[in-house]
Design a protein around this ligand. Structure first.
Ligand code: GDP
Length: 197
């Protein structure tokens, strides 16, 4: 597992704090509680990553994990907090949108969605940002262990169809579980490929 070397690099809450825009990075997005931290930990194969992202005060920052120099995983703040004040929501939008619009190192986006509640508005918006810039995206339908195989397949097919209608081949999708480790190898392959590890 090439992602095993991932370790905390820095947190940025504005564009001046971002690391130099070079090399390759893959960003992870998802609604709060979708399972993004657990997915990051499962991909790295250890629990050191998301503990950092969950530190109070860092929840509104971009958290960078370095796999090796100029090869980063970027944990985007969870979206969909009902209680985030409006101006913070606006700052978040501007910062993330700026990052998406200009970041040269950004080579791929992973959107983590609970398989029981896929493709909410913000999820589509994130995918749209990436696709608009020609950056490929991969959707993880996580917590797949919560559904039986039949229901998993049904959801996967429905999501595939919907994504294809909106984004053609720019977005791929798979079932995933940090709990059972289902789909971990498949997701690692996608991320490692984007990072050119
Ligand atoms: P985040 O807010 O998106 O980073 O979500 P977390 O990774 O903290 O997960 C939110 C909750 O969902 C936690 O209680 C996790 O234990 C649970 N969870 C995350 N991934 C899975 C999974 O694959 N299967 C199951 N059953 N629970 C999960």
């Amino acid at each position: 597992n090439l992602l095993n070397a991932a370790h905390y690099l820095l947190s940025a809450h504005n564009s001046r704090q971002l690391p130099i825009d070079e090399g390759h990075e893959v960003a992870f997005a998802g609604r709060s509680n979708a399972g993004k931290s657990s997915a990051l930990n499962a991909l790295a194969g250890h629990n050191a990553l998301a503990r950092v992202s969950k530190t109070p005060g860092r929840t509104q920052q971009l958290v960078f994990f370095e796999v090796r120099p100029a090869r980063n995983l970027v944990d985007l703040p969870g979206y969909g907090y009902a209680k985030v004040p409006h101006d913070l929501q606006a700052h978040w939008q501007a910062f993330i949108q700026g990052y998406f619009n200009t970041r040269q190192a950004l080579k791929g986006l992973v959107v983590v969605m609970d398989i029981r509640h896929p493709l909410k508005d913000y999820d589509r918006q994130m995918l749209g940002y990436a696709v608009q810039r020609g950056i490929p995206a991969h959707a993880l339908l996580t917590k797949a262990d919560k559904l039986g195989r039949g229901q998993q397949m049904q959801t996967l097919q429905a999501v595939k169809k919907s994504l294809f209608a909106d984004f053609a081949d720019s977005v791929s999708v798979q079932a995933f579980s940090a709990e059972s480790k289902q789909g971990v190898e498949e997701a690692r392959a996608v991320v490692s490929n984007w990072l050119e590890l």
